[in-house]
Ligand binder design. Structure first.
Ligand SMILES: Nc1ncnc2c1ncn2[C@@H]1O[C@H](COP(=O)(O)OP(=O)(O)O)[C@@H](O)[C@H]1O
Ligand SMILES: [Mg+2]
Length: 358
């Protein structure tokens, strides 16, 4: 997909702005606190129905307003145009697709597959497993639309089972164990298959930025794979009862990034870690473009803070050849480096929340 036109109302210091982005690279510059991240945040909200900078949408809405709206005319890879819109007031979310109200978040996410690279992205490899699980599932979700159904069924069974464990009403637990095993195995299978396709794409991208051999990705399914999931559920039952929740299963899944069988995050430099995370994110968008009738959108906030001059040039050159739309922010125009190699791009200047094409 490509955003052809973007309209933003009341997102942080952006009151009412409308831009016509380039279908390829969009370079956004402006002083600190001018509203560059707010612009990326608006696009992110349109695709994910949440902010990446704070957990409450209230703080994203302009102080003088009660709601924010982001809408866009988008061109899908199959040639169809979609009008996407989201309105948030801190309590309710209203999603519009082609003038139809009350659409699902998942439909918005399918229509606008987004990846974000920002100064906290390295946490993907550094923090707890939830961010990695979400990252992995973003890929699986876009790769195979049947995944969402299985994942929802699994989550429902899990919450039912956990409720029984808490109240110690075990008469029906076998029913939910069965559901858990059935859908859990499907979820795990989708993830395995995705990771196998993802790995070579990821390794090819890493080779452009880092001189590392022996890179590997390994799925951690969330239970001891030497045993069947149903056996684990029976073995865990006493422990699960004591704590009131299910200890094993795909809801505890993770993936490991290994270099010569060692966990990369434990020994690579901070700079290498950032490049590894960036490559992971690029690879998801690349795989989407390779295998599907859909292209993604990449948001890069604080370009210069993320990468040194050489890697910035490499990244821009890579992005300019990639089938995706990109939005990159920096404080200085010069931070984008030499642009003579890049054919299709647009530059925008942000000042006090107004955005002008330059
Ligand atoms: N809810 C809000 N309403 C109005 N202004 C806000 C709100 N939240 C943040 N701001 C202001 O918006 C400005 C833009 O912030 P930001 O997008 O982070 O700037 P940049 O990324 O260009 O450094 C800042 O001056 C900030 O104080
Ligand atoms: Mg910023």
């Amino acid at each position: 997909m490509t955003l052809l036109k973007l309209d933003i109302y009341s997102v942080r210091n952006i009151h009412k702005e409308s831009i016509i982005p380039s279908p390829k690279i969009n370079l956004i510059f402006g002083e600190n606190a001018s509203g560059k991240s707010a612009l990326l945040e608006a696009i992110f909200i349109l695709g994910r129905a949440k902010s990446y900078r704070c957990s409450t949408i209230k703080s994203v809405i302009n102080f003088t307003k009660n709601q924010l709206v982001v809408s866009a005319q988008s061109l899908q890879k199959n040639g169809n145009q979609l009008q996407l819109g989201i309105q948030l007031d801190g309590k309710n979310i209203d999603i519009h697709i082609n003038q139809q109200a009350k659409q699902k978040r998942s439909d918005l996410a399918y229509a606008l597959p987004l990846q974000l690279i920002h100064p906290k992205s390295y946490e993907l490899l550094d923090a707890g497993s939830q961010v990695r699980r979400e990252f992995l599932d973003w890929g699986v979700f876009n790769h195979d639309h049947d995944f969402l159904f299985a994942w929802r069924k699994y989550k429902k069974a899990l919450s039912q089972r956990n409720a029984l464990l808490k109240t110690k009403h075990l008469d029906q637990i076998n029913v939910w164990d069965k559901e858990l095993v059935y859908y859990g195995t499907i979820v795990d299978c989708f993830r395995q298959q995705y990771l196998e396709k993802f790995k070579p794409v990821f390794i090819e991208i890493i080779d452009k930025f880092l001189d590392l051999d022996g890179v590997d990705l390994k799925l951690v399914s969330g239970w001891d794979m030497a045993k069947d999931f149903n056996v684990i559920l029976i073995e865990d039952r006493d422990k699960d009862l004591r704590y009131g929740f299910t200890h094993s299963g795909p809801h505890r899944a993770d993936f490991q990034l290994l270099i010569n069988n060692r966990l990369a995050k434990d020994f690579v430099s901070r700079g290498q870690l950032k490049l590894l995370v960036m490559s992971l994110k690029l690879a998801q968008v690349q795989l989407l473009a390779n295998e599907h009738s859909q292209t993604g959108c990449i948001l890069i906030d604080d370009f210069a803070a993320e990468l040194d001059v050489i890697n910035r040039a490499k990244l821009l050159s890579y992005l300019s050849k990639m089938a995706c739309q990109v939005f990159i922010t920096a404080t200085e125009k010069n931070d984008f480096g030499n642009l003579s190699q890049i054919k299709i791009y647009k530059m925008f200047h942000v000042e006090h929340g107004t955005i002008k094409s330059v």
